[in-house]
Design a binder for this molecule. Structure first.
Ligand code: ZN
Ligand code: FE
Length: 268
């Protein structure tokens, strides 16, 4: 099977909208603004076939209306009344295809309740919206920290060579927190060096690979004793302790993950 290319459309403050294209056909994932998408499609003489949406936040759906008006192509996304313009609702276990490429729809709550992500097991491509970022993860905007933990654990179970297309360029800031937790992590130090060089040239640090994230992303590493020791020291901080009470946490793994997520919220 011939393959598609993936092009990032950098837009808004720090978003990446993802454009998959093969021959003259294109698919857009999370177009938060139609203008840069239309520009990209025109410049490359691409025909838009469909739009896929991961979650209801404006920076992921802002382009739906204008794109639908201009191209009249179907929009796929979660069944959530906070998103208007969805023609085909997606749920856990669904399969969506584009140009003979099959993607699994995986419900990944935690950042928002109805968030879905797109997994292509043949190409080992994951379009994960705001669930995982390089060296970080999305905020718990609604629902439970435990949901986000389990969503990230699902991602962590994928093949190590999975290429991960995150929706934001947050890597450099995330690495500061990651290194605070693991100052002696050699892979992290290397990643920071590499990311500094890329960002100095205004280049993207995304996509990333699961193998790299497993070695450097603290939100996939909250089981490690060295990290847990630091989390124990922070768990009593009044902001964290208060917020922890609002979460339903059933296991030690969920608890440590929640402490980390809450700490990151106040880390500067
Ligand atoms: Zn979001
Ligand atoms: Fe976002």
């Amino acid at each position: 099977m011939s393959n598609y290319q993936v092009t990032a459309i950098p837009a808004l403050k720090d978003n990446y909208f993802w454009c998959l294209h093969q021959d003259n056909n294109a698919l857009l994932i999370d177009p938060g603004d139609a203008t840069p998408c239309i520009e990209m499609l025109k410049k490359n003489q691409l025909t838009l076939n469909a739009v896929w949406i991961t979650h209801h936040h404006q920076d992921h759906i802002g382009g739906i209306t204008d794109l639908a008006q201009q191209y009249k192509r179907p929009v796929y996304g979660p069944n959530d009344d906070r998103i208007s313009g969805i023609d085909h609702y997606l749920k856990q276990g669904d399969s969506v295809s584009w140009q003979s490429h099959q993607f699994s729809v995986v419900h990944c709550p935690g950042h928002t309740n109805s968030h879905v992500i797109f997994w292509n097991p043949t190409q080992r491509h994951l379009f994960c919206g705001d669930i995982l970022f390089s060296a970080g993860c999305g905020r718990v905007m609604e629902g439970e920290a435990a949901d986000l933990f389990h969503s990230l654990q699902w991602i962590a179970s994928l093949p190590q060579d999975t290429k991960i297309f995150c929706a934001h360029e947050y890597t450099e800031a995330n690495l500061g927190f990651a290194l605070h937790l693991e100052p002696d992590n050699h892979a992290l130090q290397q990643r920071r060096h590499q990311v500094k060089e890329l960002r100095a040239k205004f280049q993207a640090t995304i996509p990333t690979y699961l193998e790299l994230e497993l070695a450097t992303n603290p939100f996939l590493r909250s089981h490690l004793p060295g990290i847990r020791q630091k989390l124990d020291e922070m768990a009593g901080h009044h902001h964290i302790a208060d917020a922890l009470k609002k979460f339903q946490l059933n296991t030690e793994d969920e608890y440590y993950f929640a402490v980390m997520r809450l700490w990151k919220n106040i880390y500067v």
